[in-house]
Design a protein around this ligand. Structure first.
Ligand SMILES: Cc1ncc(COP(=O)(O)O)c(C=O)c1O
Length: 389
């Protein structure tokens, strides 16, 4: 682990609270101390110069009108360049379309690319809105608890197979996976393809965390694994996790099937319309000119992972992520008679996402966001450890 100081180390809890972000504005305190925000998936780090410069230029140049085709094309080209260079597979820029966010891409995919009325299959624990949004757009949700293979969370494809056999039409594949931090390997992705193809089903591949991988893990775009996968998948991604810009409202849909691309042309207007022009310009800058900033953040997060991995938290089973900056803390061993996140807010003053919000399979766990200044993370971990003793 690096011991030299880094500019992010100066981002104190007081500084973050004064900033007023959602992550740091949970009211309350614990034993006379302020709360440490470690729940919503955004980073405490200031945005890349490339992003800040693009936003300033957007304001200075009054580029806040409706989105012109040329800026969309530029963003699509920047997305394709980044994916090609960093992820080993480049989409056709003509098949990269703007959306405000991944959730909008999800609802559009459900509406226009899955069999009408068919249920949605969701491996759990999962990103929380995937549990609630299907019901809001009149679709049944089938939760498929992930299985454990040693310490790893793995997809239970027999259960996915049964859900498709019972009529479900779309699998939500999140990779890298929030909240377990898994980066699925080629064999697992090939097995997904087999099951989906057997039932003529579809995949919504959420790759919003794609650039955020650690150690030996490397993200492989699902569409790149085979022609069959490309034919049944709608991919969604965004620069918003890796460059910390979720409020800029710009994501990308990647269409990898000709018929899907034609369908998107006919139906995608509504989904595209909410995309923010400043977000598109900042995203283009992030993908093109923000790579050095990203590498710096990845190295910093790597050391934050090591800090958590070295922590002694008796009764808590810690999963350090291979991808995403979200760690999974399984607290079932503590035998608490309340949601563990309530216990740790009260006793440690650390605000984490309760696992039950990620589905039944997450009950008893918590999601801890590691993307904070290292001294703040060290304090959070110390507080959690102290609450355990
Ligand atoms: C896996 C995953 N998908 C989607 C989202 C939401 O993305 P967006 O804000 O683009 O809708 C998040 C945000 O944390 C996420 O972690």
């Amino acid at each position: 682990m690096t011991t030299t100081s880094h500019r992010f180390d100066a981002l104190t809890a007081e500084h973050m609270r004064a900033g007023g972000s959602w992550k740091w504005s949970t009211p309350g305190e614990s034993h006379g101390r302020g709360l440490i925000g470690a729940f919503v998936a955004e980073m405490d780090y200031p945005v890349a110069d490339a992003v800040a410069d693009a936003l300033r230029a957007t304001a200075d140049g009054s580029r806040c009108g409706y989105l012109p085709d040329g800026w969309v094309a530029d963003m699509a080209a920047a997305t394709a360049e980044f994916w090609g260079e960093r992820l080993g597979w480049a989409p056709d820029p003509g098949r990269v379309r703007p959306v405000p966010d991944v959730l909008t891409a999800f609802t559009a995919t459900v509406r226009h690319f899955s069999r009408p009325g068919s249920a949605i299959v969701l491996p759990t624990p999962a990103y929380m809105p995937f549990l609630t949004v299907p019901g809001m757009i009149d679709r049944e949700l089938v939760q498929v608890p992930m299985a454990r293979d040693g310490g790893r969370f793995v997809l239970d494809l027999d259960a996915v197979d049964r859900a498709f056999a019972a009529g479900a039409g779309l699998l939500v594949l999140t990779n890298p996976h929030n909240p377990t931090g898994r980066v699925f390997d080629d064999a697992e992705l090939a097995a997904v393809t087999e099951v989906v193809e057997r039932h003529g089903a579809r995949v919504f591949s959420d790759e919003i965390h794609a650039p955020l991988t650690f150690g030996g893990a490397r993200h492989r775009p699902y569409v790149a694994t085979s022609d069959a996968a490309a034919g049944h998948t709608v991919t969604a991604t965004s620069a918003s996790k890796a460059w910390n810009t979720p409020g800029l409202k710009c994501g990308q849909v990647i269409l990898s099937d000709d018929a899907d691309a034609a369908r998107w042309e006919a139906t995608g207007y509504l989904a595209e319309h909410g995309t923010a022009t400043p977000g598109v310009l900042a995203t283009t800058a992030a993908y093109r000119d923000g790579r050095g900033w990203l590498d710096d953040v990845l190295a910093y997060l790597e050391d934050n992972r090591a800090l958590l991995a070295a922590a002694d938290l008796p009764g808590v089973d810690v999963t350090v992520p291979d991808g995403t900056y979200l760690a999974w803390l399984d607290a079932r061993g503590l035998g608490l008679d309340e949601p563990p996140s309530d216990f740790f807010v009260r006793e440690a003053g650390v605000v984490m996402t309760d696992g039950a919000a990620c589905g039944e399979a997450g009950r008893g766990g918590m999601r801890l966001n590691l993307a904070m200044a290292r001294p703040v993370l060290a304090e959070a971990v110390e507080r959690i450890a102290a609450a355990l003793s």
